[in-house]
Design a protein around this ligand. Structure first.
Ligand code: NAP
Length: 224
């Protein structure tokens, strides 16, 4: 059990974020989860999870969250993410659509991590984990498709590597892949349940050493 260790899960209203928040709480972590809508608070509170509001794409909202984080965090997970415009087409995308996708999936998560670190709200030796995807792997892309989503997660991975290089070991920085999971985003044909993905991710995050920097829910290394 990890009694007393503190985690902040950003984007915990449903899907993988909610599952991970519940799994860590069941392991004894003190967990805060963020939502955007008041009606999503109850499910977290019922599981003993503290609740804050945050929109990862909005700088002022992120700053309010940072001010409200009281205990230094042992773990930050930015899980919030979107799949992008329904048409998923580089040829059709507007600046507004691309801006929202990149702010939500890439710049917003890294901005929050950097500002929490600068505010001293992440413990030395703590973990900063950003929810990426194998779709963000440049070298693994042998099938094509999903250009916009891939671009956003590849950009996230690049920013994760920069952060890791700059921190020089002050905190552990990870890009996570949760597997293909049955959520609103992953769809009903995904092979993995939220519970199994969350259990795997929590085990990886609890592991002290030897976790690869781009890692899936089983603890296996992924190629950048
Ligand atoms: N499912 C998969 O197979 C899969 C595979 C690889 C990677 N991933 C990644 O895993 C993460 C979670 O995916 P999921 O499948 O659980 O997706 P999901 O069911 O669609 O849930 C997305 C979560 O992100 C939150 N979110 C979206 N935009 C946000 C914003 N601007 N600010 C704060 N929160 C925001 C949502 O909050 P609201 O409820 O308020 O919208 C929700 O909690 C994402 O980063 C996704 O890219 C998923």
């Amino acid at each position: 059990m990890a009694d007393g260790r503190t985690a902040l899960i950003v984007g915990a209203s449903r899907g993988i974020g909610l599952g991970l928040a519940k799994d860590l709480r069941a392991r004894g972590w003190r967990v805060t989860g963020t939502v955007r809508r008041p009606e999503d608070e109850a499910a977290l509170r019922e599981a003993g999870i503290e609740v804050e509001r945050a929109d990862i794409a909005d700088a002022a909202s992120a700053d309010t969250l940072i001010e409200r984080v009281s205990a230094p965090l042992d773990l930050l997970v930015v899980n919030a993410g979107v799949s992008g415009p329904r048409h998923a087409s580089v040829e059709e995308v507007t600046a507004e659509e691309l801006g929202e996708l990149m702010m939500t999936n890439a710049a917003g998560p890294v901005r929050l991590a950097r500002r929490l670190l600068a505010a001293g709200k992440i413990t030395d030796g703590g973990t900063v984990a950003l929810m990426s995807s194998t779709m963000g792997s440049v070298s693994d892309n042998k099938s094509g498709g999903y250009d916009l989503y891939r671009m956003s997660k590849a950009a996230l991975n690049m920013a994760v590597r920069s952060l890791d290089a700059e921190l020089k070991g002050r905190a552990r920085v990870l890009s996570l892949h949760p597997g293909w999971v049955q959520t609103d985003m992953g769809g009903p044909n995904a092979p993995l349940s939220v519970e199994d993905s969350a259990r795997g991710l929590a085990s990886v995050l609890e592991r002290g050493e030897g976790v690869p920097p781009f890692v899936d829910y089983k603890g296996d290394a992924l190629p950048w």
